[in-house]
Design a protein around this ligand. Structure first.
Ligand code: CU
Ligand code: CU
Length: 495
């Protein structure tokens, strides 16, 4: 079954699939360099709190900045590292890496090719600098130069001819959870400078983790050696907008101007960041997009190495959830699903109303360390969480209301936790998010638009919005932020 490949053969780089729509990094040693911009030019383009911008403008600013200020950039990085550990950086939970702003990890997923044999070559590296959060560059151990590896996609029944090329400094290996194969023979460690091939048959449809299995495994996974492989069922899948998402953890140690993995923290299970597709909060800055009413299919892998994911989309219920992505495992009407470390699942949902729907691990300690993204459905109304700042309350809304309430959101509390209104009188609420995390305000048990609880949109830092409602009955109602339901609460008293 397994055959040893000739040492580091450049000719093994043929491949028949185009995972993630990108050329896979092949046996050429090609590496993605982490992006290390100075913030000066970018800040001018973005402005405070602005999370929507012309990507081209940002790119242009970045290119200019690169040429202009290598020294300034280095100085800034050093100053930033000296300023303190990332435990502080992670406090602002919706801050987004400038790398993410320029080029988020592509989560879209094109179909598998029809070739019955998929030749896949991945190059292992262990010194690739990747941006993982705002101002945080990390020495990633990678498959193909990115963390996670770009998603792979094959079809049930395909033969996968896989070659691992080790361009690293230590031994690495490849463990496909989708494969049924003698691990001692196939998943063996390949020494630096060597390559190794094995083949397996994609018998089980679904979505699976792959990772380096060289001991200590926690270090190789914790440093970034993992990805998702999707095996399409032989019978095919309904057309959908598809995305691949990998949840994982980073444990950081300070080594000069970049960070490296901290094995002690990995062993204690105390991550500094928990992320989707390798970078904290990147899809808050660059939301995944779908249309109202469109079938959305999410292939989700939890790479760990250790945390459990509680996958949830705020404001939506999954019409179907398939543990391990196998259609035979269908469950319906699921709001939140457990994905163990090393596990995976496929989710289908259809969102009727335009808006901004965050996807999170509902283990909120982890979500607040960066595992929040946004699914943007249609075009959100003005004032929704697209980063636009509305200067004044919506004139049409406010004018008819008898009661006007202003609420300021901070990280993480409401500046006005006590509000009052009168039964039968229309209330207009203006909400300003002066924090940097994502917040909303929802009044539990008081109907607003469309029969849902009266609520604001989810607002990014610096954004504002408004909503109206008319309380029918006197009483005391709790209002909360759905993202921070424990810390951010208040009371509305209706007389
Ligand atoms: Cu490895
Ligand atoms: Cu909040």
């Amino acid at each position: 079954m397994c055959r040893a490949a000739p040492d580091h053969n450049q000719d093994v780089s043929r491949h028949d699939i185009a995972p993630g729509g990108n050329e896979m990094a092949l046996a050429t040693g090609e590496r993605r360099q982490g992006f290390r911009p100075s913030l000066k030019g970018i800040g001018a383009v973005l402005g405070t709190g602005a999370l929507v911008w012309g990507a081209l403008a940002v790119q242009a600013a970045i290119v200019g900045e690169r040429q202009e200020s290598t020294t300034a950039r280095l100085e800034q990085q050093i100053a930033q590292v000296q300023a303190g550990p990332p435990a502080q950086a992670q406090r602002y939970t919706t801050e987004v890496s400038d790398q993410a702003k320029a080029q988020p990890f592509d989560a879209t997923l094109p179909p598998a090719t029809t070739a019955p044999v998929k030749e896949i070559t991945l190059t292992a590296t262990d010194d690739t600098i990747v941006g993982i959060a705002k101002d945080i560059n990390f020495t990633g151990w990678t498959f193909g130069g990115s963390v996670p590896a770009k998603p792979l996609r094959v079809r049930q029944g395909d033969t996968v001819k896989f070659t691992l090329v080790n361009n690293g400094k230590v031994g690495h290996s490849m463990d496909f959870h989708a494969a049924s194969i003698n691990p001692g023979a196939a998943f063996k460690t390949v020494l630096p400078g060597q390559s190794f091939s094995f083949e397996w048959k994609a018998v089980n449809p679904g979505v699976y983790m792959f990772h380096c299995g060289t001991p200590p495994v926690i270090e190789h996974i914790g440093n970034g050696m993992y990805g998702a492989i999707i095996v399409d069922p032989a019978e095919g899948l309904a057309p959908a907008k598809e995305f691949a998402l990998v949840q994982s953890e980073y444990y950081l140690d300070k080594k000069g101007e970049v960070y490296t993995g901290h094995v002690g923290k990995m062993m204690e299970g105390t991550p500094d960041y928990v992320v989707w597709n390798g970078m904290a909060n990147q899809y808050v800055a660059s939301p995944l997009k779908a249309d109202p009413g469109e079938l959305i299919r999410l292939w989700v892998v939890n790479a760990g190495p250790s945390q459990t994911s509680a996958f949830h989309v705020i404001g939506a219920v999954f019409s179907a959830y398939y543990p391990d992505g196998n259609l035979a495992n269908k469950q319906v009407g699921v709001s939140t699903a457990t994905i163990p470390a090393g596990g995976a699942a496929m989710f289908e949902l259809t969102i009727p109303d335009a808006g901004t729907y965050p996807f999170v691990t509902h283990s909120f300690a982890d979500a607040s360390k960066g595992a929040i993204g946004v699914l943007q459905v249609g075009t959100p109304a003005a004032g929704e969480a697209d980063g636009h700042t509305m200067d004044a309350p919506a004139s049409g809304h406010g004018s008819a209301a008898a009661v006007k309430l202003d609420v300021t959101m901070l990280d993480n509390k409401f500046a006005q936790p006590q509000l009052s209104a009168k039964a039968g009188e229309m209330v207009s609420v203006n909400v300003v998010n002066k924090g940097s995390a994502l917040h909303n305000l929802r009044i539990a048990g008081v109907p607003g638009d469309g029969g849902k609880d009266a609520q604001s949109a989810l607002l990014t830092g610096g954004a504002s919005g408004s909503f109206t409602f008319t309380p029918a009955k006197a009483g005391t109602y709790k209002f909360i932020c759905d993202v921070h339901p424990v810390e951010m609460t208040g009371t509305l008293t209706v007389k």
